[in-house]
Design a protein around this ligand. Structure first.
Ligand code: PMP
Length: 411
């Protein structure tokens, strides 16, 4: 080696502007804090993650094993195998009354990638996307990543956390590209009935430049006889500007398989394929084979699990409403409750800290009473907190007792 060669240490990493205002999800951060407390020996109950505690159904696992053994282990068509696209066409027809050709279907690594593809394929810098608070936190970050601007419209509690058509009308500008609707909703569990969808459709029909992203991933988790409907079914005149997004993660307990899909206009599906072709290419071949079995195989497991989620929902909602200072709407679907903690703000914890925000309340629950929940502020609506009740009834009962004790200890 020449003595004149100098070793220069690397210059510090410079992050791209496009991620300057984005961090990894706060929900994951709360999960990490809870995991840390567990390692320290604390018996923390985590009601944070949006993940069913059930296992993937056996018939679906078996289909994956068969796929591996049959050598289904190669690249597939870019945005989904023909067989899976046909199964998805069948699902949309059977369950939603929607008619798609296979060239109107896209499959990605989770509904998250499908949403990402749609935004990346359509947003230019400064384009606006309307989301309804409280919204799934990733929406805003995905919009930012794609160069767009998130426009929040309040879904107020007295309005069932749903979008008011008049508020939508007021939020639309010439730069609006998308309205994102999520029903049943993460984090509120609120769902849109046919009348509400029709009223929203009336507004959209007056604004032909606004497209609709319908995130139906919690479709199968719906309670009390509520009838799930999706916009493209209710208003066919919007079908040529609606992307109907769904996935396997929540209904079939397949979060780790990373499989989501959507149906929509051909030109949009083709544009999304461009994004996927230069990022991840096809979703996992084995997961795709398993997804065919999930969609076409026996569906009884959905009903069993739905019944179990319903019992958990009522357990949590009843316990929260029996706690002074907490108020919780009984949600129509998903596996979340979004409760108000307005009644405990201003109170003082036993170690002398005044609770000023929902984040303070959630930190108190975690640090003093070993229950991890997520503050509403990160979903764009405070002061609330989200509970994911996708865990056992025994754990939920203990958690509810702890929350009641935590609230009672406030002065
Ligand atoms: N949409 C909503 C509203 C969600 O809550 C989630 C998961 N947290 C997703 C989409 C993405 O699910 P996946 O990527 O696992 O299909």
């Amino acid at each position: 080696m020449s003595t004149s060669e100098v070793f220069a240490p690397a210059t510090p990493l410079r992050r791209a502007q496009r991620i300057a205002n984005i961090e990894v999800s706060e929900i994951l951060r709360i999960g990490a804090r809870a995991a840390q407390l567990k390692r320290e020996g604390r018996d923390v109950i985590v009601l944070g993650a949006g993940e069913p505690d059930f296992d993937t159904p056996d018939n679906v696992k078996a289909a994956a094993v068969r796929a591996i053994e049959a050598g289904d282990t190669k690249y597939t068509l870019l945005d989904g195998t023909l067989a899976l696209k046909q199964a998805i066409v069948g699902k949309f027809k059977r369950e939603n009354g929607l008619t798609f050709g296979v060239d109107q279907i896209t499959v990605g690594a989770g509904a998250k990638q499908v949403l990402h593809n749609a935004l990346m394929a359509t947003l230019d810098d400064g384009d606006e996307v309307i989301v309804v608070t409280p919204y799934w936190t990733s929406y805003a970050d995905m919009i930012t990543l794609a160069g767009g601007v998130t426009v929040q419209v309040a879904g107020r509690e007295e309005n069932g956390f749903l979008l008011d058509p008049a508020d939508l009308e007021a939020a639309i500008t010439p730069r609006t590209r998308w309205l994102m609707l999520n029903s049943p909703s993460n984090p509120s569990g609120a769902a849109y009935d046919e009348a509400r969808l029709r009223a929203i459709a009336q507004v959209l029909l007056r604004h032909p430049h606004v497209w609709l992203l319908s995130d139906d991933i919690y479709e199968h988790l719906i309670y009390d006889g509520f009838e799930f409907k999706t916009m493209a079914q209710i208003e066919p005149r919007l079908a040529d500007r609606t992307l109907t997004v769904n996935g396997l993660s929540k209904a079939y307990a397949m979060t780790g398989w990373r499989l989501g899909y959507a149906g929509g206009p051909r030109e949009l599906i083709a544009a999304m394929a461009v994004v996927q072709s230069q990022s991840t290419s096809n979703p996992c071949s084995i997961s795709q084979a398993a997804a065919i079995e999930a969609l076409n195989g026996p569906q009884d497991v959905l009903e069993e699990r739905r019944a179990s989620f319903l019992r958990r929902r009522d357990l949590v909602v009843d316990a929260l409403n029996a706690t002074d200072g907490i108020r919780c709407r009984r949600p129509e679907g998903a596996f979340y409750t979004f409760a108000s903690c307005a009644g405990v703000l201003g109170k003082t914890t036993p170690d002398g800290k005044v609770l000023e925000t929902d984040a303070d309340f959630c930190a108190y629950l975690l640090n003093s009473h070993d229950v991890a929940v997520v503050p509403g502020g990160i979903f764009g609506l405070a002061p609330y907190f989200r509970i994911s009740y996708a865990t056992s009834e025994a754990q939920l009962k203990t958690a509810m007792t702890r929350i009641a004790a935590a609230v009672q200890a406030l002065r």
